[in-house]
Design a protein around this ligand. Structure first.
Ligand SMILES: C[S@@+](CC[C@H](N)C(=O)[O-])C[C@H]1O[C@@H](n2cnc3c(N)ncnc32)[C@H](O)[C@@H]1O
Length: 298
């Protein structure tokens, strides 16, 4: 099906993307769910694996964040890693200016809790980072939380990141799960994918790691977004969140009316959302999967 020439994926305008992502994050309690995951699961599945690296090496612990956004998740992970590693060098690769600025101010606000952590912000894409740094540095921990949709080639990126891991180092990848509402929505309207993002899910990640011959552990996490406002045409918040869900910039302004109806009708089905809850809210299935890889020690 041909699409209207003005329909473009949301990442064409990084500042609009940041605004839309922020509203989505608020309505999905994204940072709370991720923070809980960091407090309850991360210490076991990531820190537990890294303790042996710590035992072998007392040198500075190096961590790399890919598409770190405004830093909430990275800072939560850092607060746990600090308990094991007193000296941490953190590199955050993040191309969106607005996100880098938010991350820097959050870092400053929490600095008293992050003694021993030094952070270098690199306002660039992973591709730009690869061009400038290559594989000259290795890391004990690498994370890419909901960011591999935007890299040029996620398979090559996984390989590149894996190669940069220290022996015994751990990589954490988070993407939408292959049975989430996100994935079903993207799959049904796959022709809306464009050069600025790829509609990918946890199964794609697992398959790419299988192809490299790397073992992994994978954990699913339930998550919901309050999507009720998305169905109100004149809601500013609803339109920002709708744009994030379908990943199209100004969807209600650029998509033909029949496509808008098709997307909204499908969004409300049980493929994407739970039945209205007791408060009349429509909850979008935002389930995600964490995939954890440890580089084997030789
Ligand atoms: C959905 S946000 C996730 C942010 C953060 N990791 C979190 O979970 O809160 C995706 C991030 O990837 C960044 N990004 C986009 N293209 C990228 C690229 N080619 N390389 C690295 N990061 C990229 C975006 O700017 C954005 O901050």
């Amino acid at each position: 099906m041909a699409t209207d020439a003005t329909i473009r994926s949301i990442y064409h305008d990084p500042e609009y993307y940041a605004k839309s992502f922020q509203k989505y994050a608020e309505l999905s309690s994204k940072f709370h769910v991720l923070a809980d995951w960091c407090d309850l699961v991360f210490p076991d599945v990531v820190c537990g694996k890294l303790e042996s690296v710590h035992a072998r090496s007392q040198s500075t612990f190096r961590m790399l964040g890919v598409g770190s956004g405004s830093g909430e998740m990275d800072l939560s992970m850092m607060s746990h890693l600090r308990k094991l590693f007193p000296s941490i060098q953190n590199v955050a690769v993040e191309p969106t200016t607005d996100h880098v600025e938010k991350y820097q101010s959050l870092f400053r606000a929490k600095q008293h809790l992050l003694e021993g952590v030094e952070t270098e912000w690199r306002e660039q894409t992973l591709e730009g980072f690869k061009k400038s740094v290559g594989s000259s540095v290795s890391y004990h921990f690498i994370s890419a939380i909901h960011s591999l949709y935007y890299v040029d080639d996620y398979r090559a990126s996984l390989r590149y990141l894996y190669d940069m891991l220290e022996d015994g180092g751990v990589m954490l990848i988070v993407v939408v799960s292959d049975d989430s509402g996100f994935w079903r929505l993207w799959k049904k309207f796959s022709y809306l994918e464009d050069s600025r993002m790829k509609f990918i899910n946890s199964e794609h990640m697992r398959k790419a790691l299988d192809d490299i011959g790397v073992k992994y552990q994978s954990l699913r996490q339930r998550s919901r977004v309050v999507a009720t406002e998305c169905f109100k045409a004149d809601s500013e918040v609803g339109n920002l969140v709708l744009d994030f869900l379908i990943h199209v910039m100004h969807f209600r302004k650029t998509a033909p009316p029949e496509l808008q109806k098709e997307v909204l009708d499908y969004l409300e089905t049980s493929d994407c959302c739970d039945p209205r809850d007791e408060n009349g809210e429509i909850l979008f299935n935002n389930d995600w999967e964490a995939i954890i890889v440890q580089k084997s020690t030789n």
